[in-house]
Design a protein around this ligand. Sequence first.
Ligand code: PMP
Length: 305
Amino acid sequence: MSDRDGKIWMDGQMVDWRDAKIHVLSHTLHYGCGAFEGVRAYKTEQGTAIFRLQEHTDRLFNSAKILRMAIPFTKDQVNQAQRDVVRENNLESGYIRPLTWIGDKKLGVSPKGNTIHLMVAAWTWGAYLGEDGMKRGIRVKTSSYTRHHVNITMTQAKAVSNYTNSILANMEVTDEGYDEALLLDTSGFVSEGAGENIFVVKDGVIYTPDLSAGALNGITRNTVFHIAKDLGLEIVQKRITRDEIYIADEAFFTGTAAEVTPIRELDRIQLGAGSRGPITEKIQSAFFDIVNGRNPKYAHWLTLV
Ligand code: PMP
């Protein structure tokens, strides 16, 4: 992925893709304290637009605040960097990855006196859990790994270090042939996927875990709240058990990368009819209308590059 043409924004400069390098003694590489975002740009009739850019930049700054890192750029500069990177790489649509990390001035656990850096890259990225999964639904397994407790690495930060837990869970279940992992919180209640929030549908009502289950406050999750309201559907945030998912009518994952992905099976138990459910399909379709600029109500969520 590193040896290719293109540009990456690094600490305020556009640098050639293959020259966007850091030193091996970078603090974040050793101790895992850093934060990132995952953002998408979509093709719309007006041109390429970044979806909910400001909300992603706000979350990046909040993650950095939680991790006691002072990003040395303004939010406006970070917004502009994301637009510039999409344009410079001639992307019609794609995935944007801003990342803030601690530099190589010194090692030792304390980052005090070290430098804070920021980069933004962007590339083309299709359906994260597969085109087929978007239509038919994916197969999920509950991981043996527990999601972080809310007082460990801080679950409201999209922290680099939180993703070891996601990687372990994802590798565990994909090695067994499943598409994605579901993680439970430290009390055994449903938290989220390795990189997605989860929703279930039962008797026409939509349920999702409240954030005390250690799930990230997903921007797609919030988008689904708006969509459900528009469709006249009720959403309840509550503690959810894994067996509630087994007997749900429908379930789906949400995330910037995963978008709205139906779940057809959990732990080898078929959910509902075992395919994309009707409410999931409505929400998925409304989601793609919004991100592709076909719903004027949400035009303010799209920033043209
Ligand atoms: N949970 C985790 C662990 C994630 O990595 C993501 C992806 N950022 C999400 C949930 C969904 O968040 P969003 O909709 O903001 O992408």
